[in-house]
Structure formats: C-alpha cells, structure tokens
Design a protein around this ligand. Sequence first.
Ligand code: NAP
Length: 285
Amino acid sequence: MIPRILVTGSNGQLGTCIKDLDDNKFDIKYASSSDLDITNKQDVKNFFEQQKIDWCINCAAYTAVDNAESDYDKAYEVNVSGVKNLAESCKEYGVKLVHISTDFVFDGNNNIPYKESDKTNPIGAYGETKLKGEKEVIQIFKEYFIIRTSWLYSEHGSNFLKTMLRLSKDKTQLGVVGDQIGTPTYAKDLAKAIFHIIANDISDYGIYHYSNNGVASWYDFAKAIFDISNIDIELNNISTVQFPTPAKRPHFSVLDKTKIETTLKLKTPYWRDSLITAIQNMKNE
Ligand SMILES: NC(=O)c1ccc[n+]([C@@H]2O[C@H](COP(=O)([O-])OP(=O)(O)OC[C@H]3O[C@@H](n4cnc5c(N)ncnc54)[C@H](OP(=O)(O)O)[C@@H]3O)[C@@H](O)[C@H]2O)c1
C-alpha cells in the first residue's frame, strides 16, 4: 500500500523542497500553517482523526534564531508544545513521526563532529526550544525519527545562499563570518533522505544526524557560492565578534553522519557538489 503522509509547515523551505520532489510515489497531504496550526492541540487531533495517515513529516517550526531570544514564548509554543501535540496524536493514531531538529542543540565546544549520543547544551533560545521538542517526542512514544540537520539552504524560503546572491547584486564587497564551522546542507538532499526512510519503511527509530558531507565556515560557503556562480565580489573573512547577533551561535557544529549512513544505508553528498546542483536548479527555475 502507498504510504499516506502528512507534511506540516509545508510552505516553509523544507516543506517546499519535499513538494518539489513529490513524484506521486506516496500519498502526501500538505498542511501549511494556515491549514494546520500545530500549536492547536484539538485541531491537530481532529486532523489526525479525519485524515488517515501513516507518517507525519514535521517541517513546522519557529526558525527565527535571533528573534527567539526575545520571543521565547512563541518559539516554545511551536517548537515544544506544537511538537508535543503532534507526537501525542501520532501515538494515538498509530502514525510514525519524522521530526526535524538542529545542530543548535549543541554548544559548539567540540572539535570533532557531534555524534547523536554527545551531550547537548544549547546556547540560545532557539536551540533550547528545539531540544525540549526532541525530549517531548522521546517521552511520548517510540516510532519517531528525530533528524538533526544544519545550515539548510535551497532555492526556496530565506536562506544563506539566497541572501548572498541578493546582497551581491548591490554590493562590491562583503564580510562573512569565518570562525563558525559547520556543514551547509541542501534541503532537497534532506528531503530525499526522509523519503528514503519512508519508502523503505525503516523501523530503526531514534535520533539521527543528517547534513551534507564535509566542513565549511560561512566564509567558505559564501566563497563557494560566488565561485560557482561566477560572481566577482570582494569577500572578507570576519570574526563572530565583528558581526554581533542577538543569539549566540555554536562555533563548531559539524554533525557525525556515521549512524545514518550505516544504519539507514544513506549516502550524504559532499556539500560543494550539492551547492553546484542547487545553483543550477535556481538557474533553471
Ligand atoms: N533553516 C535552517 O538552516 C535549519 C537548520 C537546522 C535545522 N532546521 C530545522 O529544519 C526544519 C525545517 O526548517 P525550514 O528551513 O524549512 O524552516 P522554515 O522555512 O522557517 O519553515 C518553517 C515552517 O513552519 C511553519 N510554522 C510556523 N509555526 C507553525 C505552526 N504553529 N503550525 C504550523 N506550521 C507552522 C511556518 O509557516 P509560516 O511561515 O506561515 O509561519 C513555515 O512554513 C525546522 O524544524 C528547523 O528547525 C533548519
């Protein structure tokens, strides 16, 4: 039988990438924030009762990292209470959950890639609420995949790739932070990984790390964007202290992908290769 899937937060970046890749192998219902507000417990319950689904992919989240510092209650409502509502309904209606989390659950003090079992210690409100959301899921039931990812970009939504391309239109020079290290991740690669889990009806539930492969700073990422796009701009490598933001960010948030690669037999493409694909896809749009 074709798996029936609900995608929440479907108008966001990841939700839209999932839509782009939808080739009707699954029966997917897309629910934007106006179709289904995950913070409304009763609406979530009613939705699950009416729509017979096998899987829920939760792309709904409060993702404004800096705003979360001053808007903690709202971030909590979506990233913790909303996630709890989904997990409870998943449990009640026998639905498996793919929930997306973040590298921001770590403090960034590691100097080797973070494993799923490493100690979490978020240094900002966004990461704190995302971690609490994970804990709700884990407490409620067992049939979940929590996928922590990092530095998502794509041709959709607002993201670093699009910001750099926009800024390059009216600037001749840019300063980009070079002392935060992580891995850019093409959201379509993540969408494919999620489809892989569902298509193979994998039941090795738990927490997994998924990002593209390799390591980069934001400066490296920007440089690659401009090199690949043949954009001539003066790019300066600046430090975090030269670019203060309301929320602190981990200095190092590379994720160890061994578990997802071995247990789920999933390949994680090298970040620069995926960036070339994304830029090509943008040109073709
Ligand atoms: N973007 C990154 O760099 C990054 C990195 C690591 C992890 N992640 C995680 O990856 C996931 C997907 O991120 P993304 O980049 O696709 O985020 P996004 O573009 O900000 O999309 C989030 C979506 O959630 C929706 N939403 C917000 N509140 C909601 C609610 N109460 N009920 C239902 N929907 C609601 C938003 O709708 P409205 O726009 O209508 O509010 C939006 O469409 C998130 O869990 C995020 O934490 C992202």
